[in-house]
Write a protein that binds this ligand. Sequence first.
Ligand code: SF4
Ligand code: SF4
Length: 353
Amino acid sequence: MKLDLRSINRCVRCGTCRSVCPVFEESGWESANTRGRILVMKGLASGFEADKEVQESLNTCTTCGICTEKCPAGVNPPQLVEEARRELVASGIMTAEQSDLSMRIYGSGNTFGELTSRLAWLSDRSWLKAKSDYVYFVGCMNSYRYTETAKNSFALLSKFGVTVLPDEQCCGSPLLRTGFSAARLVDANVRQMKQIGAKTIITGCAGCYTTLKKNYPAEIRIQSIPEFLADHISELNIKSLPLKVTYHDPCHLGRHNKIYEQPRRVIEAVCELREMKANRENARCCGGGGGVRSGYPDLSQQMAKRRLLDVPEGVDYIVTSCPLCVRNLRDAGAGEKVIDLVDLVARATGLPK
Ligand code: SF4
Ligand code: SF4
């Protein structure tokens, strides 16, 4: 199996990553922590068979990136894990959950296998602009599950001339993170971005953000909604709210892309912010990413429950900027206490909900 042995061999097995890997914290198995995964990949590179245990070791990584942040040898384990997953999938080795997820996305263009319109949340589409410098990339979760957040995002952004793609497809993140090709989806989205003449794509999903940034043509500028809102705070007519909230850093916005301060600036324009016990580059993963929520739901929820222990006392809301984090933390017991940053801003600017 073709794996990047130079990067794998850079690991000095110090175990620093072991103390931070959120999966290891729950499972306790050496094969389910970063160092163990690297040893598994080394074994694969020298011809070991990819049995069920090997697949479980690689597929339980949420790609949270806290190990990359702490590794003294400069190893990037989630990147290696994604490469190994790609190699296995290319050889036809995958779990039933991986296969189901890919079939759903290839068949419908979204992670849920929904066959209804992705733009059903937008009742009046007659005035959508055919040409614009800015496009709001909605993402599967907000298109189909958190449509109020999609509506609020669009209401905030359309004031600045932002439009949407007429036939948006999944950005490809769930496929790319779990070892599959997303070329067809990427091509379909890029074709529409070019037709519109978009120079900047704005997204409210941390997973979409990483994918648009890393897997789409570099000439298209990608911005997250927290960055866009932070740039336009003075134009939003925000009225402060008597609330205390905390902020959960999504891994793919924070550690992967270093967007830490913009969401905090936006929150502080609205209400009081109290930090979680672990925050910014030390933030604990919600457990939802890297295909773990769909492949290992119990493990994913255990991680989310542990993340909720970091919430400071006395806050009204846990604010985040990723619909997958919203979903995983809500399901772990926090319910409607978890809200998207956009929904907080919408309330402060007088938009419904
Ligand atoms: S911290 Fe880095 S060098 Fe140390 S065991 Fe983990 S991956 Fe290897
Ligand atoms: S990316 Fe996160 S889940 Fe994956 S090995 Fe590193 S610390 Fe563990």
